[in-house]
Design a protein around this ligand. Sequence first.
Ligand code: G4P
Length: 527
Amino acid sequence: MGFLEEIKRRRTFGIISHPDAGKTTLTEKLLLFGGAIQEAGAVKSNKIKKTATSDFMEIERQRGISVATSVLAFHYQDKKINILDTPGHKDFAEDTFRTLTAVDSVIVVIDVAKGVEEQTEKLVEVCRMRNIPMMVFINKLDREGKDAFDLLDEVEQKLGLKVTPLSLPIGMGYTFKGIYNIWENNIQLFEGEKKQTIGKKIHFQSLEDSKLEAAIGAPSLQNLKEELELIQGVYPKFNRESYLKGALQPVLFGSALNNFGVEELLNCFVEIAPEPLPKDAEERLIEPKEADFSGFVFKIHANMDPNHRDRLAFVKVVSGTFKRNNPYLHVRLNKKIKFAAPNTFFAERKEIVDTSYPGDIVGLHDTGNFKIGDTLTAGEVLHFKGIPSFSPEHFRYINNNDPLKSKQLAKGIDQLMDEGVAQLFILNLNGRKVIGTVGALQFEVIQYRLLHEYGAQCGYENLNVFKACWIEAEEKNEDFKEFKRIKQKFLAHDKSGKLVFLADSAFSLQMAQEQYPDLKFHFTSEF
Ligand code: G4P
């Protein structure tokens, strides 16, 4: 198969949802359809259970699972599909944001009874900002839930999307009878009292088919006809261009657990979802079909075995082919590096791979060369955009509790920050280190990992910070000079040396914004 065909057949995407909406179940069903696994239950849940804060074995177990499920690849029809895992737990949201820089599209899973939930809102907002093509799967149709049209409204209003339903449920929960597939223009009925297994699927080509009335009854049929009319009147027709631009989101209904509508979702996905998309670098736009390799690191996973300090860096191939043993330029270090054993991922297996194509994810063993956001190329100096750090929500001083191990502590902190576990800020005034995290759980993770992987002991001290903002200003600006003098106590630098204002309250942030209009206050590190 030629290079261009290899690109065209790749589909790299992520599934996002609020915890418990059914992401793991759906992933598993997609893998089953792709023949990548043989039985349900094979993909372990990567959910962080509530006990994780105090149960460190649980944290390690979760990390193990999350390595295994970072990339799940399978073949379906003539396509190669890569699912990138996105943790649903909010304390790991930043991980998910970074992974979203490596996907070409997403499927949003929503629980029919709970509707749009908090975590879905945040993740969809990031996708919307980047115009990532999105499909919505409304799950758990076997249960009583909200009315389909109310849900479509909710998705539009809460998520700011423009939807077009591509399927419609007939009944719900106890009265659920099947799904009218607008996309394929057929109806599939499901049987079985408890709906735990798929009943016989019956295909109809037209609503006028007399067998249909016999199967679902006259009232349901009448209702369905009215609903379809409503859809035609109210929602725009599906248009692939708009979907690819992120301006229109198709919605499908089903039940992952019971396999209702899953195959239909997959068939629709492989038909409409984009092949690998061009990516913006600071220098220029990079097209996948360019001959020269380029890619970027979006995730780093530390080895589970503390005796082996190597890590696995996940690289998304943006253009050209990545070849084993070829020297590639590590742009930040300005150094050529060869990789003797790059990994590819298949369901839950890792294998050494000789050649990878745009859209693929390659796992590279790393002894500390990589940071999240690093670019690798065949030789050109490129810096891919779009891997920002977000303003953390929790802040604490980190102190060394074992003076004999200060080197180990510094190294450990450095490496954990490169992995993106948390962010480090160094106060301008006294050089003290402040750790900022998205969730409180990370503090426990850092303490545990520093001890077990680096032999270092750290302690924390509370610090009153409301938000970290990256400051952009002209060095010579008088306002900026005054700001630096007056706010000296609240200024720090991040790991790349950028100036950060650690505002202690919403009020002081607002005051500073009003007082210094020439300064720009950014809530992400990329501006
Ligand atoms: P997540 O990854 O988004 O967090 O969700 P996950 O797939 O783990 O699903 C959360 C719960 O919802 C699971 O039940 C799962 O079986 C159930 N579920 C998923 N899809 C459907 C569906 O279509 N219908 C119904 N009724 N339930 C569904 P659990 O009891 O938490 O876990 P388990 O013991 O079944 O694994």
